[in-house]
Structure formats: C-alpha cells, structure tokens
Design a protein around this ligand. Structure first.
Ligand code: HEC
Length: 436
C-alpha cells in the first residue's frame, strides 16, 4: 500500500558537507551490557567525531539550530568540551534521551527525518566514555562539517523573505503564560507577487517563546523543525498577506525574568521556472471535548476522520501540552485493512517532532484515520503542574490540547510553474508540521 513513486527525502537541514559513515574498532573496552561490547577502544577523532557530526552537531554547535526555543546547551565540536561532557553523553544516549526523537523503534526507517542512533553507535560512545575518553590522532577525523547556518544564520539557506514582529516586545517580569497577537503586513516591496513556498524557518526571539502560530505561514512549538518541502511540493503565499503572529510566551514569573522578544520567520521560495506538482494541505484531527480526571495516569481520547478523496499522506505532528503522554495514528482502508501510521509511546512536550514519512502513504477516499492520544495527569508525571485538578481543552500550557496534525497532497500530480500566475483557489492554506 506504500506508493511506488519516490518522494525526495524531506531534508530537514541543508548540509553543505556529507559525512562518511563511521566504523569502529580498537581493543579492550567494555561497553554497557545492553549494547554489544566492542573488542577495541574507540578514539575521539576516529570514532566519536563521525557520530557527533551525523547525529548531534546540527544542534550541538556554536549557533546550533534553535528549534522553537530548544537550544542545545553545549557544542560538541572540540575534544576538550566533548570529553568534559562524556558522562552526560553516555547517559543521554543510553536512555535514548538524545538525539531527541519519540517514535517507537519499530518505525525505524519509516521517517526521513528520524534521529535514531544505531546500537553500535551507542556502544561506541559508551565505550569511549568508559575507557578514559582517548583523543587518538586528529588526522583520523573527517573534515569539520559546515552547516549553511554558519554563513546565512538560517538552516534553510539564504531566505528570500524575512517577516518579523514590527518591534521588540517586552515579556514582563510577572508573565507566566501570555497570549498576544501581532499583525505584520508583508509589504509590496517585500513581496511584489504571489510565490510558492519551498521552506520556512521560524526563529524564536527569546527563550520565553513557547509557541507561535503565524497564519497563514505556519508556526512553531518547542522542538519543531524548520519545514523544507521536498522538491515539487509547496504551498502558496499571496502578496499583500497580513501575517498574524499569535504568540504564546511561557516562563517562570519573577523579578528580573523579563525578556525582549522579536520573533521572526524566514521563507525560501521556488525560483521562477521551477515546477510545483503537489500542493500540500492538511487536517488537524482536533479533540475538544475531553476531560482528564485528577490523578488519572492513563487517560485517553479518540477521534477519527474519513477521507473524501484520494490523498498521499506526507507527515504527522501530534500536539498536546504538559500532561501529554502518548499518541497513535492508525488508518483503516476501505477494504478493512488496518495499519499503524505512527506510534509515539513517550510523547515529550518539549519535542514536538514532525514525523515525515520516507515514502508517502497512499490513502484512497473512504480511508478512516484514527487518532488516539493519552495523557498522564498523575503526580508521577514530572511536568504535571497540578495532578489534583481535572483538565480540559484550553490555551494555557497548564490546560490541555489534543491535535493530530496531518499533511497530505492530491495523488495525481498537478503542474504549476513558479513565476506564473497562481490559481485563486490555492490561496492561503496553512500547513502544520515541520515548521508549523
Ligand atoms: C535536534 C537537536 C539536538 C540533537 C540532534 C541532539 N541534541 Fe542533545 N540537546 C539538545 C537540546 C535542545 C538539549 C537541552 C534540552 C534537553 O536536555 O532536552 C540537549 C541536551 C543534551 C545533553 C544534556 C542532557 C542533560 O541534561 O544531561 C546531552 C549530554 C546531549 N544533549 C547529548 C547529545 C548527543 C550525544 C547527541 C547526538 C547523539 C545529541 N545530543 C543530539 C538538542 C539536540
């Protein structure tokens, strides 16, 4: 049932250098028993650097990626710093807390933007940390990675358009949760004509940004990645659009906690002459009528939609708040065949991942999509602000939400040429995931 057509991988980041896969071996060290032990002791330059380059540095570097306010605390680019952090690296990879990714391991390979270490890579990092963090020979290291953001400051590359709050806004000392709206006009000078969007990257202007919904461009929540459409996929941005930034600021209140914020969003457009074959659209599978009892550790709620046309499903993004626990997307084909699209057994509010299917999943008209979400409203949930209160849908982080964003396209390719006039009915569709 997977579609044969090859979808270019959603490249989450434009890396300017590709990295060679790593090989490991050197004598003596014992790794954690859970992971295969190595018959040799890995060194930093030969064995650890390649793993860090491929899996960590995109965030753990100077000016690393800011994913909706999630900024890595340390750069793993030098031997000295990495060595200092070795015990914490070992713990973070053993527990699979790092790299951040919450889909069940059974999905390995399903998602083009997955961040999953091989068991052998975990074993290498553990062995290195436990065998005195040997440096080895710098000549064995692959060349340092260069990321686009080191030059342009944006991981999507040089933006064609940057839209930002008109002026910095002070998130005051006493603010814990604040919702505020800013309208920003895109001027005729900034955008003289309608364009096809290729990539979108939000930049939180301060650590107080919890999420931004910027209709019709998209939005960010903690841990959401920049959105880079595969070649030929896009949405439309109309000239003269007014972008409405719905800001949610969240921080500890108190004297001296005020911060200035001037959040911005950068957009890369298709260049004139490039072809767009797939217009991306979406559904939110919203749940609004749930009520999570006080102290309930495993409350679940379910919703479903039935598709009225054939689509190719592209990506998913479950969204809950602090009590969010797990998410499950299932599809049932008109013939009754059922498949799990996405299983997130341990939802983490701080990491609202987009799960971008490596191959789009074909879902014919009549397919039923089931979304089940679970919440933990017990004291055992370390994020729970108050287990003794029943919780319903609400905007503050301390209330709950339940969404299963889903993005898809029409199955039959269409043909739009960037630079030519864009049909009116394609206006202003907002898509959630990979940047919204
Ligand atoms: C997508 C961005 C991203 C990637 C990729 C990533 N990290 Fe992190 N890392 C973070 C952020 C943000 C934090 C701080 C917040 C947190 O702990 O969740 C963090 C925290 C850490 C910490 C501190 C945890 C603690 O509190 O003790 C360690 C250690 C770490 N990362 C190691 C790694 C290693 C090793 C890799 C690669 C195998 C990696 N990270 C990949 C973003 C990332």
């Amino acid at each position: 049932m997977r579609v044969r057509e090859a979808l270019p991988l959603v490249s989450m980041l434009a890396l300017t250098a590709l990295v060679a896969a790593c090989a490991t071996s050197a004598p003596g060290a014992s790794a954690d028993s859970q992971f295969a032990s190595l018959d040799s002791s890995p060194t930093f330059y030969a064995d650890v650097v390649p793993i860090l380059q491929q899996n960590c540095q995109v965030c753990h570097m100077e000016n690393g990626q800011n994913l909706g306010g999630m900024v890595a605390p340390v750069a793993f680019t030098s031997y000295d710093t990495t060595k200092e952090w070795a015990p914490r690296i070992a713990r973070a990879v053993r527990t699979r807390q790092m790299p951040p990714w919450d889909a069940a391991l059974a999905h390995k390979g399903d998602f083009s933007n997955e961040r999953v270490l091989e068991d052998s890579e975990i074993a290498t990092l553990l062995a290195w940390a436990q065998s005195g963090t040997p440096a080895g020979d710098p000549a064995d290291a692959p060349p340092p990675l260069e990321f686009d953001m080191a030059t342009s400051g944006w991981s999507i590359g040089e933006p064609d358009l940057i839209v930002q709050l008109n002026e910095p806004y002070l998130v005051a000392d006493d603010v814990e949760d604040q919702y505020i709206n800013f309208d920003v006009e895109i001027t005729a000078e900034q955008l003289p004509e309608d364009r096809w969007i290729k990539a979108v990257e939000f930049r939180a202007g301060s650590s107080a940004v919890h999420h931004v919904i910027a209709n019709p461009i998209g939005g960010i929540a903690p841990g959401v990645e920049p959105r880079v459409f595969p070649d030929g996929y896009g949405t439309v941005l109309r000239k003269g659009t007014s972008v409405s930034f719905n800001m949610h600021y969240h921080k500890e209140p108190g004297e001296g906690t005020a911060v200035w914020d001037q959040t911005s969003v950068a957009i890369v457009f298709y260049k004139p002459g490039e072809i767009i074959e797939h217009v991306v659209e979406g559904d939110d599978l919203g749940m609004f009528r749930f009520e999570i009892p006080a102290n309930d550790a495993n409350y679940s709620f379910h919703t479903e939609v039935t598709l009225d046309k054939d689509v190719n499903i592209l990506w998913m993004l479950p969204h809950m708040h602090l009590r969010g626990k797990a998410a499950l997307y299932e599809i049932t084909l008109p013939g009754g065949e059922k498949e799990t699209l996405l299983d997130v057994p341990t939802y983490d509010f701080n990491w609202q991942h987009t799960y971008a299917l490596t191959e789009p999943v074909f879902a014919p008209a009549g397919t039923k999509i089931d979304l089940t979400l679970w919440w933990d409203n017990s004291a055992a949930n370390p994020h729970n602000p108050d287990p003794n209160r029943s919780v319903r849908f609400g905007r503050p982080t301390t209330d709950e939400m339940g969404f299963g964003f889903l993005s898809y396209t029409q199955v039959e390719p269409q043909r739009f040429v960037a630079g030519e006039e864009i049909p009116a009915e394609l206006a202003g569709r907002s898509v959630v995931g990979g940047g919204n």
